[in-house]
Design a protein around this ligand. Structure first.
Ligand code: PEP
Length: 242
């Protein structure tokens, strides 16, 4: 089966109820898209966004989850709760969580297991820092993150997002040949390489989306900044012709 392109918007800590009109505008674009369309709003908007997108081609996801189903964990949200609110996917191990919350790959792996138990598709993020890339260690770092973050039995039911840390929110994009080389490397490390989707993330915008999405092992994009405006996100969705 060919891998269907997946365009994912990560709203991070942006968005109020007054922004929900975004989904109305996205609905006809997603209906005609040659790609799967997923938006991960902040947890506060998840249920409202999911209700608004019911019956459309837009999927809604979370941006993180706890390893447990419920319990005394003030401020946390479980995978089961995300599912109950209408999510189908959850982003895990985003570099902002690894950096700002000290999340380790071992924790990410536990979260991925919890997500799968709850029926969510985990999108597991990996990526090297600029220092690591300049030291020639990008493949080694990403390989180690993958090995520790992916549940041992994870097959095509997980999505991988390669996000070079230095390209996130900076306007810098990795060179096409570096993206191609890293995605091929990631695929070589997977249990079900032919069926598993690998997204690229890092300053994806309408201007570079078509080139990145045309690369052989790039099966979609994880889009931060450009997913906040309907025009730019829609242009990226339209660029995914498959
Ligand atoms: C992200 O949030 O995962 C991301 C890649 O952000 P941006 O597109 O803004 O670089």
């Amino acid at each position: 089966m060919p891998r269907r392109i997946l365009i994912t918007g990560n709203w991070k800590m942006h968005g109020l109820r007054s922004d929900l009109g975004f989904f109305e505008a996205l609905t006809p674009i997603a209906a005609k898209a040659g790609a799967e369309v997923l938006v991960c709003p902040p947890a506060s908007l998840l249920a409202a966004a999911a209700a608004q997108c019911a019956g459309t081609e837009i999927r809604i996801g979370g941006q993180d989850c706890h390893t447990g189903q419920s319990g005394a964990h003030t401020g946390d949200v479980s995978a089961m709760m995300l599912r109950d609110a209408g999510a189908s996917h959850v982003i895990l191990g985003h570099s902002e969580r690894r950096q700002e919350h000290g999340e380790t790959s071992i924790l990410v792996c536990a979260k991925a297991k919890a997500a799968r138990v709850a029926g969510l598709i985990p999108i597991i993020c990996v990526g090297e820092t600029l220092t690591e890339r300049e030291a020639g260690r990008a493949h080694e770092i990403v390989g180690a993150q993958l090995k520790a973050s992916l549940p041992a039995d994870a097959g095509a039911g997980v999505v991988i997002a390669y996000e070079p840390v230095w390209a996130i929110g900076t306007g810098l994009t990795a060179a096409a040949e570096d993206v191609a080389s890293m995605h091929a490397f990631i695929r070589s490390q997977l249990r079900e390489p032919a069926a598993t989707r690998i997204l690229y993330g890092g300053s994806v915008k309408p201007e570079n989306a078509a080139e990145l999405l045309a690369l052989e092992d790039v099966d979609g994009a994880l889009v931060g900044g450009a997913s906040l405006q309907i025009d730019s996100f829609a242009a990226i969705v339209v660029a995914a012709k498959q």
